[in-house]
Ligand binder design. Structure first.
Ligand code: NAP
Length: 522
């Protein structure tokens, strides 16, 4: 079992009672271990007594840590102060299970090494009564040089019971190195990555038999990237993670606001599928995408089964699968972008685009046949909309700020392409739209999108009239009520928001990966 530890900094003697309350609360939320971070408390004259109380009254097994300034802590005191804190903790046994000592301190400072050996190994006490030593190494700047050698050194030291290495991940690929260390471990090991790229290492430490992972008790935590206990236990269903848990990712840049992990993880859980999806931030270059996906899908450890792909990597998704000898679904090829990569039954990769079908689904499926539809925009979403709707039998007019881009798409789609037939897609300037009548307007520009270049604008020219016979679909999902949808609602039109497309494309992705649609009740 991989323990969940909560690190609680205790800065002063008058903070002990509050810290103990915090640990009791963490226990009630499911934490297994509390790490008392007594970096500054250890420098206080009353420090040893306060540490003894923390340990004696601790509601959970505890780690006592006096973290040095050089490794992300705030201890700048003397060796004697540090040793006094550990001695106080040790005297309060059996509650204190572990003391954490940095590898550098342990090796470079003989008095510390001697004291730790005395505390952890000498005396009359049985093995259960002695604190065990965690030798640790932290690098907040990035991956430490000589990572494997340092970990091997910690494994080899007979004085340590547990090895701990924590570093700031430079990319999501660093997580794989943490997993390799856990797999190769010669003794109980903690290997975690900090920062925006490191969440996977924290959640999946249970898959690889990590000794513990850390969760936050409050909004701060003691290292960047820690999830809260609630997130870890409830949202990530941490206790159910095991060596066979499958892994999925949503790949994009930026990706921090991605909704896919919450949605797919809820569906996986409801469908009793042992899998977790993570947001993978991958720099907006082909090389970064290729390297990340190759490592994820190629890892013999990770059980990586699929990726949802979002901006700006949808074109890279096609190239990646094609270069790897996999298959690209015809409509994704025609659109020139894929939002889904998965593994076929024979292990080869496939790429598909569920955006096109999702727009058709959001607009009522086969009822779009014969409808006259304006698609606004000429980016990836517009290509998917035009291809999906025209393939479903609609007559599509594509209009865009940059008219030449719309024309190019119309010319491309109006020609038969391999097995794909010619599609009824024409280009028109925005100003010409008002001269024609339409049944449906589909916005695939980013106009109206929160955080975009024109969040307060409406992409449809005023001269185009909307009434109670019109259907207006806006691919923009944030905000739910865009300026275009507000205008449509005022005209009595039927309004469909981008969230419906998001749900529909995610449901189709889930089916491609698992063989069935997700439970419809969610
Ligand atoms: P994209 O490739 O960047 O294309 C953006 C389009 O918007 C281009 O046609 C661009 O016109 C147009 N545009 C941007 N700013 C404009 C402005 N101020 N005035 C007029 N036109 C403007 O983006 P995309 O991937 O196609 O995505 C488009 C929108 O769809 C985004 O808001 C995205 O979030 C949304 N989307 C939603 C879902 C969902 O599941 N709901 C899925 C995919 C996409 P130019 O060609 O003239 O630059």
């Amino acid at each position: 079992m991989t323990f969940i530890a909560i690190a609680i900094p205790v800065a002063r003697t008058d903070a002990v009672s509050r810290a103990l309350d915090c640990a009791r609360l963490a226990k009630s939320h499911g934490a297994d271990i509390v790490e008392w971070r007594v970096d500054t408390l250890a420098q206080d004259a009353g420090g040893p007594a306060a540490v003894a109380r923390l340990v004696a009254e601790s509601p959970l097994a505890c780690i006592v840590t006096v973290r040095d300034e050089n490794e992300g802590g705030s201890f700048a005191g003397s060796d004697d102060e540090r040793i006094a804190a550990w001695q106080a903790a040790s005297a309060a046994l059996p509650a204190c299970a572990y003391i954490d000592v940095e590898l550098s301190t342990y090796h470079l400072r003989q008095p510390i090494q001697d004291a730790v050996k005395r505390i952890a190994h000498a005396g009359e006490r049985t093995a259960q009564e002695r604190p065990r030593v965690i030798l640790s190494f932290h690098d907040f700047r990035g991956r430490p040089a000589g990572l494997s050698a340092r970990v091997a050194e910690m494994w080899a030291d007979p004085g340590s019971a547990i090895a701990k290495v924590v570093w700031t991940a430079r990319t999501v690929r660093d997580n794989l190195e943490a997993f390799e260390l856990l797999k190769m471990r010669a003794k109980p090991t903690i290997a975690l990555c900090m920062g925006e790229h490191g969440l996977m290492s924290r959640v999946l430490s249970a898959k690889f038999g990590g000794f513990l992972t850390y969760a936050r008790a409050d909004e701060h935590g003691t290292a960047p990237g820690q999830p809260t206990i609630h997130e870890l236990i409830e949202e990530w269903n941490f206790r159910a993670i095991n060596s066979r848990t499958k892994v999925y990712g949503v790949v994009g840049y930026p990706i921090s606001q991605a909704r896919s992990p919450a949605v797919h993880n809820a569906w996986f859980r409801a469908a009793n599928i042992d899998a977790r999806m993570f947001a993978l931030s991958v720099a907006p270059m082909w090389e970064a995408f290729k390297a990340t996906l190759a490592e994820m899908f190629g890892s013999p450890l990770l059980d990586f089964y699929g990726a949802a792909v979002t901006m700006p990597h949808k074109e890279n998704a096609i190239r990646f699968v094609e270069e790897g000898g996999g298959s690209v679904e015809a409509s994704a090829k025609r659109i020139g972008a894929a939002n889904t990569i998965g593994r076929a039954a024979d292990g080869t990769l496939f790429a598909a685009n569920t955006d096109a079908d999702a727009i058709v689904v959001a607009l009522g499926g086969s009822t779009v046949a014969g409808k006259r539809i304006i698609v606004l925009g000429a980016g990836g979403a517009a290509r998917a909309a035009a291809c999906g709707l025209a393939s479903a039998g609609a007559s599509v007019v594509i209009a865009n700020r940059t008219v030449a881009r719309a024309k190019r798409i119309a010319e491309e789609f109006a020609k038969a392409d391999g097995e794909s037939p010619a599609l009824d897609v024409r280009a028109m300037s925005l100003s010409a739209l008002a001269k024609h009548s339409f049944d449906v307007v589909v916005n695939c520009t980013s106009v109206g999108m929160q955080g975009g270049e024109a969040p307060d604008d409406d992409p449809l020219p005023d001269a185009v009239k909307l009434d109670d016979q019109s259907i207006v679909f806006d691919a923009v999902h944030t905000p739910a009520q865009t300026p275009l949808l507000r205008r449509a609602a005022q005209g009595g039109s039927r309004c469909i928001g981008g969230s419906e497309m998001f749900q529909a494309q995610a449901r189709l992705q889930f089916k491609l990966w698992t063989g069935s649609l997700p439970p419809s009740s969610l």
